[in-house]
Design a protein around this ligand. Structure first.
Ligand code: ADP
Ligand code: MG
Length: 621
């Protein structure tokens, strides 16, 4: 049967190889979720209507300016066709060749990459990606798109394709503005001719499309279409918020938290904001960039607005709608606008409140949030100009006594010892090695807990975060820590390097290590460890050193001071060893390199093996 009496002389146009491949996959795969083709076509119709709506703000010179902005779906049971009509912006013949002849949808491209990797079932992938227009070939024997551009002088045109290697575009008759996509359903796709089935699909996938969707000639809408952000929060329940989120992002997981903002002053503002469950949603999401959807008087004026929240909160999803936003102004103007600045402030503090509330009401979910997004908040502490303090209560840390838990600064303060003034932290490359650091000896004995700062972002955060509720943050690696001295009695009982042996011992280290250390001295701060490395006075802070290292700046680590523990058995015995004993040099080298290793500064740990073997040999004599 000839479905498309093609006009004489119309040349078929070949698809690009990439498009061809996508079509093959879509036509030949088993699809558990092929209903999503309807979502894709409705979303295209909605995009076309949004663009027209935007055009109408400044231009009444369009075809059919009075036509209702709506989507209509028609079923023809005899012909077995489904038609999705819209009164949107439409396409000219050239636009059809450009838009429907190549893969426009970036989600489709991601889909192809994932499909080629072949790790996941294709039908699962189709459900997760917005595959775009071509997804209709999952259900279609052929597709005809007839369209009339909004430009008054434009000619209507028709695109036709059977899913083979080519398509055609020719001139056509079409009364009225917009696009009509007609799908001849495959034999096994008759389910889509049932009105109840269509209604269910629309409810599931397209309920919040901001234009009415009608079925057949009915005047009653199949979608709720409400701008739920304009409803009173009392009328909206959790399920509605979750559904709206899902339709916005296609994130398979519900959001961790949401906030609904409705205010009249200083600006008229409606917003719904979400914290996603995971930062890895990106690839699958139809949200291709960071930013919030910005509506002004219900017209979508920007799909991704990035200035409604500070940059570090870019992972937040949602919609902002205000009566007071200047319509159709340039991005620069929006940026410098006073109202916009007020809106940004309101939206930002709403997001922070939302996170605070999540942390209080559901610490477990907050821990999940922190694992995914904590880094962004730390970045916020480092860069936030106006009030980084607002973020401090949201911070979480592993600590030396609770390395598996996420502890807040407030919880840390609650657990402080009566004589403890400072909040202590230790820096390192990972929790495990930081926990073994000799710097912890002194505070551990006093029973103090210590925050583990092992994320690269921590160094940046610490440049800013230097106290919390009047308690300074102190690095335990500092040479001088303001902590109570140990009691004398206990000190006496431990064997230690004799007074007369101390200076000669130091000299021995200095001679052996030479230029590699800035100085060698004894310390009372160590108990379980024989030695540690600390920064000489006046060296840049450890945070700063890390920041430089991370930013890859030309930066020579300042030479360190080696501090020795005169009460450690190794040093007691070393001092008793004659200076010309060959083991003396080996032990000194090993103590120094152990200290380098624990600081994460050893350039080549495997090089120690030869010496360790020599020491073992000597020990076994
Ligand atoms: P995307 O929607 O992500 O751009 P699609 O594959 O869904 O990708 O659609 C491809 C392009 O075809 C769209 O970008 C748009 O230019 C055009 N298009 C599709 N459907 C319509 C329509 N109903 N009205 C106007 N243009 C459309
Ligand atoms: Mg699309």
């Amino acid at each position: 049967m000839e479905q498309n009496p093609t006009q004489e002389g119309v040349q078929p146009i070949a698809f690009k190889a990439e498009t061809r491949q996508l079509l093959d996959i879509l036509i030949h795969s088993l699809y558990t979720e092929r209903e999503i083709f309807l979502r894709e076509l409705i979303s295209n119709a909605s995009d076309a209507l949004t663009r027209l709506d935007f055009e109408l703000l400044t231009n009444r010179e369009v075809l059919d300016p009075e036509a209702e902005l709506a989507i209509r779906i028609k079923i023809d049971p005899d012909e077995k066709t489904l038609t999705i009509q819209d009164t949107g912006i439409g396409m000219t013949a050239e636009e059809m060749v450009a838009n429907l002849g190549t893969i426009a949808h970036s989600g489709a491209r991601d889909f192809m990459t994932a499909a080629r990797q072949g790790e996941q079932n294709i039908s699962d992938l189709i459900g997760q990606f917005g595959v775009g227009f071509y997804s209709a070939f999952m259900a279609a024997e052929w597709i005809r798109v007839t369209s009339h551009s909004y430009r008054p002088e434009a000619q209507a045109a028709a695109w036709f394709c059977t899913g083979a290697d080519t398509f055609t575009v020719e001139s056509a008759e079409k009364a009225g503005r917009g696009t009509e996509v007609t799908i001849k359903l495959k034999e096994d796709a008759a389910e889509f001719l049932q009105e109840t089935r269509l209604r269910a699909i629309i409810r599931k996938h397209s309920d919040f499309i901001p234009f009415p969707i009608y079925i057949g000639d009915q005047t009653e809408q199949a979608n709720r279409q409400t701008a739920i952000w304009r409803q009173s929060p009392r009328e909206v329940d959790k399920k509605d918020y979750d559904e709206f989120y899902h339709q916005l992002t296609l994130d398979p997981e519900p959001p961790l938290a949401q906030a609904h903002l409705v205010v009249d002053a200083p600006a008229q503002l409606y917003a719904i904001l979400y914290a996603p469950a995971s930062p890895e949603r990106g690839l699958f999401s139809p949200r291709k960039e960071e930013g919030l959807k910005l509506y002004a008087r219900k017209v979508l004026i920007q799909e991704y607005h990035r200035d409604l929240l500070p940059e570090y909160l870019g992972f937040i999803q949602g919609v902002v709608d205000s009566e007071d936003i200047p319509l159709n102004v340039s991005r620069e103007a929006v940026q410098s606008n006073r109202i916009m600045a007020q809106i940004k402030k309101l939206v930002t503090s709403k997001v922070l409140d939302m996170l605070k509330k999540l942390a209080e009401d559901d610490p477990e979910r907050y821990a999940q949030f922190w694992k995914g997004f904590g880094r962004y908040l730390k970045q916020g502490v480092a860069i936030e100009q106006s009030s980084p303090e607002a973020l401090y209560p949201l911070l979480r840390f592993h600590t030396t006594t609770q390395p598996e838990k996420w502890v807040s600064l407030d919880e840390y303060l609650q657990e402080m010892k009566p004589d403890q003034k400072d909040i202590y932290y230790i820096m390192g490359d990972d929790d495990r090695s930081a926990m073994r650091s000799p710097h912890l000896d002194a505070v551990r004995k006093l029973g103090y807990d210590v925050l583990l700062m092992t994320d690269p972002m921590d160094a940046f955060m610490l440049l800013r975060l230097d106290q919390y509720k009047e308690h300074p943050l102190s690095n335990v690696a500092a040479a001088e820590l303001d902590i109570p001295k140990e009691d004398e009695a206990q000190e006496q009982s431990v064997p230690q390097v004799a007074e007369a042996e101390r200076q000669p011992l130091i000299e021995r280290f200095k001679q052996q290590l030479g230029e590699r250390v800035a100085d060698v001295r004894l310390t009372e701060r160590l108990s379980d460890s024989p030695a540690r490395l600390v920064d000489p006075e006046g060296a840049p802070h450890q945070e700063m050193q890390r920041v430089y290292r991370l930013l890859n700046r030309e930066f020579d680590m300042p030479k360190k001071v080696l501090e020795l523990n005169p009460r450690h058995a190794i040093l007691v015995r070393l001092s008793a060893l004659p200076a010309d004993d060959p083991r003396s040099g080996l032990v000194i080298e090993q103590i120094y390199e152990d200290a380098l290793l624990i600081e994460g500064l050893h350039p080549d740990p495997a090089s120690m093996i030869a010496r360790i073997q020599q020491l073992i040999e000597a020990a076994l004599v």
